[in-house]
Design a protein around this ligand. Structure first.
Ligand SMILES: Nc1ncnc2c1ncn2[C@@H]1O[C@H](COP(=O)(O)OP(=O)(O)OP(=O)(O)O)[C@@H](O)[C@H]1O
Length: 317
């Protein structure tokens, strides 16, 4: 029987160095609000240095706020920076410039020690490909137990506290109760991905990040995993950010963000498309219009009260 949250006050940061403020792991829950954490990016730029010594600009200035408990899908062509952004939000890499905040915690400037705590207690990242998130020669139950070790880092409850989902219930939720003692390497792709999802939420993250969680799955498994992602996130109010190239997956999210060339291009909310005006008036077309309005198309732009009217100039050079 879960104990009430007030029995488990979040302890002060036990770091022997005493460095930095306490990571407030669950403020919203203690105040009865959503459990998810707000995500903010301010001017985030990311460069990769190649072996040949060249810089590749993966992100060119991302300004973005994702509300606590919001569910968002990132779309965009290959190489536009989706996975890079996800790894920055998960604290796996640090941005070359700009700020990333999870709630009040600025993870872009945090010490490695505190970042490790954030990764094990606040954020969970599902990498692309189910097996990268699992121990292939362990059973489903053992994988879940391992995934909960991060939660066990919670000094108040040693991993069995009220805010951690129970492993048996999680296996039941993802439809793997009968596979509890099955070794991962003998599971189907869909079963592995459902187990990876169960492991990702096993230590009760407030932000769940998933990179292409359905890319290798058939139609039935894809629908199952998408439904589980939404259910597990909404049940606990977890903020959910998913990268996908599948439009039908993105369409199940209340908010979609399309990226292009390392920038945020357009947004969709509840079926409507929005474009974000970028630096120097740059405006990206929604992805599905790009083929109809290719680069080089000459257009006339006129302002009509609150509307911008864009008209193709037929026959122009
Ligand atoms: N480790 C790396 N070293 C050098 N360049 C990289 C590295 N990782 C990514 N890049 C480059 O950064 C840019 C963004 O890559 P990223 O993987 O974030 O894009 P993506 O939108 O997730 O692509 P995909 O949909 O193909 O996974 C690309 O130009 C890519 O080649």
């Amino acid at each position: 029987m879960p104990r009430p949250v007030s029995d488990h006050p979040v302890p002060a940061d036990p770091s022997p160095t005493g460095a930095g403020p306490v990571i407030d792991l669950d403020p919203a829950e203690r105040h009865g609000g959503p459990r998810g954490v707000e995500v903010r990016c301010e001017g985030v730029v990311h460069l990769y240095r190649t072996f040949a010594g060249h810089d590749v600009v993966a992100l060119r200035g991302i300004d973005l706020t994702i509300g606590a408990g919001e569910r968002v899908a990132f779309l965009g062509p290959s190489g536009c920076g989706k996975s890079t952004l996800l790894t920055l939000l998960g604290g796996i890499q640090r941005p070359s410039a700009g700020r990333i905040l999870l709630g009040e915690e600025e993870i872009s400037r945090m010490s490695e020690r505190r970042l490790t705590r954030v990764r094990s207690r606040l954020v969970s990242t599902m990498l692309q490909g189910a097996t990268r998130n699992l121990l292939a020669y362990a059973t489903a139950r053992q994988n879940l137990a391992f995934a909960r070790l991060g939660g066990a880092d919670r000094d108040d409850d040693h991993g069995d506290g009220p805010d951690l989902p129970h492993p048996a219930e999680l296996l039941e939720t993802v439809g793997l109760a009968d596979q509890a003692d099955q070794v991962v390497s003998t599971m189907s792709g869909g079963q592995r991905q459902r187990l990876a999802l169960a492991c990702a939420v096993a230590n009760g993250p407030r932000l769940l990040l998933a990179d292409e969680p359905t890319s290798a799955l058939g139609h039935v498994d894809r629908e199952l995993v998408v439904e589980l992602l939404h259910r597990l996130a909404t049940d606990r109010g977890t903020t959910l950010v998913v990268v996908t190239h599948q439009a039908e997956v993105a369409a199940t999210f209340p908010r979609t963000i399309s990226m292009l060339g390392g920038r945020i291009g357009s947004e969709g909310r509840a079926g409507s498309q929005y474009a974000v005006v970028g630096e120097e008036g740059l405006l990206h077309l929604p992805t599905e219009l790009v083929a109809l309005w290719p680069a080089g198309t000459l257009v006339r732009i006129e302002q009509d009260d609150e509307r911008l009217v864009v008209t193709r100039e037929e026959g122009a050079p």
